[in-house]
Each structure stands twice: as C-alpha cells, then as structure tokens.
Design a protein around this ligand. Structure first.
Ligand code: NDP
Length: 281
C-alpha cells in the first residue's frame, strides 16, 4: 500500500504565502492585522513558542506586540491589561500563552478576552459557537489538522474518525470540526476501555495525549490517515509524537510526522485567525 507523509512545513509555507498576500491587500485598505501575545513568567518552552508566533506574524506583514510580564503579576493587573487590549483598535487578536503561573486562574483570564479577539478560540463563546456548528475562531491546532486532511483531499463525510485525547484545546474541538465535516466521531480518554478496539475502527485517527509513541501499528486500521498532534521531548533531546511513526507507517496510508507536522500548522492557523479577525472589521 502506498504511504504519504503529510508535510506540515510545506503546507504551512503555502498557506502563509496566501495569508501574506491577503494581509498586504488589507494593509492597502489601511488595516494592518495586529496580534498581542502576553507571556506571564519565564517558562522556557513558552518563551520559544511566543517568539515563534511573533516572528511568524512579522513575516506575514502583520503587527505584533509581545508583552513579557513578571511571574508574580496579579490577576487584576493581567485582566486590566487584557481590557486595554480589548479596546485597542490596532490589536485584532489577543493570545495569552498557557500555562499561566499557578496563582492565575486561566479560565477567568481567557474569559476576559473579547470573544471577537480570541484568536485561540478558547473563550466559552467561541467554544459554544463551534459546538453549534457556527464557529467564529476555530482553535488553531484542530484547525490545522483539518487543513492537513483537506490538503490530501480526504473524503471526511461518512468517514469513521477516532480522537485519542479529549482536552479543550485539541481533542474536543477536533471532534466538533470533524463532526461538522460529516465524520462519525468517537472521542477516547485515559479511562477508555480497550482503546485499540476503537482506534482500529478509525479511517481518520487523531492522537493528542502527550504519551510518547503510545499508538503502535497493531492499533491502526490498514489504510487509515493518522494525525499525530503530540509533541514530546525525549531524554536524548529529540522530539517525538504520540504515534510510533516507524511502525505505523507500514499500516497507514498517510500520516503527519513529528516534528514538521501539526506544529507548524498551529502557528499558521493563528495567523489566519488574526487575519480573519481584522478582515471582519
Ligand atoms: P492534555 O494533557 O490537556 O490532554 C490529554 C488528553 O489525553 C486527555 O483527555 C487524557 O485523558 C488523554 N489521555 C492521556 N493518556 C491517555 C491514554 N493512555 N489513552 C487515552 N487517552 C489518554 O493535553 P493536550 O491536549 O494539551 O496536548 C496533547 C499533546 O498534544 C501533547 O503532547 C501536547 O504537547 C501536544 N500539543 C501539540 C500542539 C501542536 O501544535 N502540535 C498544540 C497543543 C498540544 P483524560 O481526559 O481522561 O485525562
């Protein structure tokens, strides 16, 4: 059976060119899409993520604002800053990098972002809009996964989709997007009994658990399309996904690699959401 790698870097590059050209058209009309990224504290992984987001924004011709805030910032001070950004006409998207320091309640913080600037799509208003099939912002990682399925012309309608992982930022919104596209969807979590009985039924298998290489070839239906969202840093410093790529590639028909799969698509969808927020004005 033929096997295809779904190249997230190549697809992200193509979509970013389209975004840059739409951004340039908007700039000509006097609107420069702007993204504010708030980083509280000095978590090293978060520092890398926010730098990459800001760099991507600039490369697309957008305005970006990176605010590094002290780890002991009070919740009131953070909410006040978000409120100012909600009112700032140069800012179309606001992103608060998670995780936040423990003394800050991430739910309260996310809910303080104006829904029309919530480019991560995590606000309950946006989660609800997605739930009823009328999304305004699709959360970036699942949105990127959908674009990857689209890129291989996968016939989602009527397909059996299984998602392993049920987080609010990946698993659940992924399920909603697949359902909306006509798939029959199962969501599995850590309590699921006989996980492989479910995964083996999947025409589309999406894995987002944070458990390195937990999906092996014997758990995958021959010919399935496998989307590996996991990003795990191993002891040798290398990154790997939640799927055992080497074994699963002998069974799947198409699969995303780690690195170079879903990761670059996530940032690309953040740009797209920011652009669309500015275009809606
Ligand atoms: P969370 O820890 O929030 O959620 C993990 C989910 O996986 C939970 O629903 C959990 O179940 C489920 N789970 C854990 N172990 C098992 C198991 N053995 N069998 C079945 N389900 C299991 O993680 P995230 O969704 O935030 O992230 C998941 C992975 O995706 C991580 O590796 C993360 O780094 C990566 N990621 C990658 C992104 C990208 O851009 N590529 C973006 C976001 C995340 P339960 O609900 O029962 O606890």
């Amino acid at each position: 059976m033929s096997f295809q790698i779904i190249d997230g870097n190549a697809l992200a590059k193509k979509i970013r060119l389209e975004i840059a050209s739409r951004t340039a058209a908007l700039v000509k009309k006097g609107i420069k899409p702007g993204l504010a990224v708030l980083l509280v504290g000095e978590d090293p992984a978060s520092q890398v993520y926010v730098r990459n987001k800001v760099k991507a924004c600039e490369e697309a011709g957008m305005h970006s604002l990176l605010e590094r805030l002290p780890a002991d910032l009070t919740e009131d001070a953070l909410l006040k800053r978000i409120h100012e950004l909600n009112l700032d006409p140069c800012i179309h998207g606001i992103l608060v990098q998670l995780p936040l320091p423990k003394h800050l309640n991430s739910h309260i913080v996310i809910e303080s972002i104006a829904p029309e600037k919530d480019v991560d799509g995590f606000h309950v208003a946006n989660a609800g809009a997605l739930m009823i099939g009328a999304p305004i912002f699709r959360p970036c990682t699942p949105y990127g996964c959908m674009k990857m399925l689209e890129s291989i012309d996968y016939p989602i309608r009527g397909a059996r989709a299984v998602i392993v992982g049920a987080s609010n930022i990946v698993g659940k919104p992924m399920a909603m997007l697949l359902l909306q596209a006509g798939a029959t969807v199962t969501i599995c979590n850590s309590k699921t009994k006989d996980l492989s009985a479910h995964t083996k039924e999947a025409d589309i298998l999406v894995v987002a658990t944070g458990r390195p290489k937990m999906i092996t070839a014997d758990m995958v239906k021959p010919g399935a399309v496998v989307i590996d969202v996991g990003i795990n840093r191993m002891d040798d410093g290398k990154l790997c996904g939640d799927v055992d790529f080497e074994s699963v590639k002998s069974v799947a028909s198409a699969m995303t690699p780690v690195p170079g799969g879903v990761g670059p698509m996530t940032i690309t969808m953040l740009l797209l959401n920011t652009l669309e927020a500015a275009e809606r004005l």
